[in-house]
Design a protein around this ligand. Structure first.
Ligand SMILES: [Fe+2]
Ligand SMILES: [Fe+2]
Length: 369
């Protein structure tokens, strides 16, 4: 008899779903709690990585094994037959190679293997729920709200980047649907929980955009912005690096410093992003300005237009501060995240380039969140 676990409290009002959940795992003996929690959502089949999927319609899958040495035949067949299948990856490693395999399997939500069961279940539920129900209005605390909003925002960024890469355009409505959940998650769960959650999954660009969005949301709330202005800032933060969709992955994900030629290619993302959003329509002039100018520096040393001082608008300066800080505190497979105090030191060292009054306000905002 499985023993009770806290995840079940999430599921008390959940209706059983038609169809089957699949738990692909290499440690079935130690996953009794997870299995018990999943069985509250739908009947759950436990399989090893190479086993074929069950014949019944599948509604969701949890992937809980080391992706690198595993034969993935069964899982690949399942995903090929159900491309939109909700899925959560419990990662043995958050290294680049493992994340890349997960991404190739459509993994938008990659959580460390020791993630609490309640969070795993909530992450799956978030994908199972209809879109209109995915707002953080339920009285859940901390990380589930954050996981839910981060999952939605991550999916929206995936859509944004895929669409920009494949079609050269994007859908503004997809981004707009995530603004309220992100602001709600930051307001309820706090910045720290947001940073911890978004550092845990997906590739560098996703993680970066989610970090900048969370920092911008925190900053906007602390600065007393109106709801409309908060949403405006978060919208700009989410799309600020959309031009990276056009940068080769070998440069984008290079584990180490870029050479001068690669740096020049990387720098094109600001103008490319601006171009993509102009073509897409649905983004106002302020967002377009942020996308084009978020790498401009007050002393004129930035790009792509070498703007100086007053020519750089306040909203751009705000995002630039969040952007520089996010780049410093991100998790990378090849280095630990920089502590916040060290990152702030670097921001203060950029006096003349960054708006130092804003850096001070940002420091207060981050420290109190
Ligand atoms: Fe950028
Ligand atoms: Fe950025």
């Amino acid at each position: 008899m499985p023993r009770p676990n806290p995840a079940v409290s999430f599921l008390a009002k959940t209706q059983m779903r038609a169809g089957t959940l699949v738990l692909y795992t290499d440690q079935p003996d130690s996953r009794a709690d997870l299995l018990h929690a999943l069985a509250q959502i739908a009947p759950c089949t436990v399989l090893s990585a190479s086993e074929p999927p069950p014949p019944d319609p599948c509604v969701g899958v949890i992937i809980d094994f080391d992706l690198l040495p595993s034969p993935l035949t069964g899982l690949r067949n399942l995903i090929a037959a159900n491309p939109g299948l909700p899925r959560v990856f419990l990662m043995r490693s958050m290294g680049q190679r493992s994340l890349s395999v997960a991404r190739n399997l459509g993994g938008r939500l990659c959580l460390p293997m020791d993630t609490p069961i309640a969070t795993v279940v909530e992450a799956l539920q978030t994908q199972l729920r209809p879109a209109e129900a995915q707002t953080p209005s339920r009285p859940v605390t901390g990380s589930p709200v954050v996981v839910q909003a981060a999952g939605r925002a991550s999916a929206a960024i995936a859509n944004l980047l895929d669409s920009a890469r494949d079609h050269g355009t994007v859908d503004a409505a997809v981004i707009d649907a995530t603004l309220e959940p992100i602001l709600g998650a930051i307001g309820t769960g706090g910045l720290k929980a947001w940073l911890e959650t978004v550092r845990a999954y997906d590739d560098a660009t996703y993680q970066h955009c989610l970090l900048v969005a969370g920092l911008a949301a925190t900053f906007a709330i602390d600065l007393g912005f109106s709801t409309a202005d908060r949403e405006h800032l978060v919208r700009a933060a989410l799309v600020h690096d959309v031009g990276k969709a056009k940068i080769p992955l070998s440069i984008l994900n290079k584990p180490g410093p870029l050479d001068p030629g690669e740096r020049a290619v990387m720098r094109e993302h600001a103008a490319l992003g601006h171009e993509i959003l102009v073509k897409a329509g649905g983004f106002d002039e302020t967002v377009l300005t942020v996308v084009r100018h978020h790498h401009e520096m007050l002393d004129g040393s930035g790009y792509p237009d070498g703007l100086k001082g007053e020519a750089i608008r306040d909203i751009v300066r705000l995002i630039t501060v969040c952007d520089v800080y996010a780049a410093l505190v991100e998790r990378r497979p090849y280095r630990a995240p920089m502590p916040s105090a060290k990152a702030m030191e670097i921001l203060y060292g950029m006096e003349g380039k960054l708006d130092i009054d804003l850096v001070r306000a940002f420091e207060r905002s981050v420290a109190s969140s």
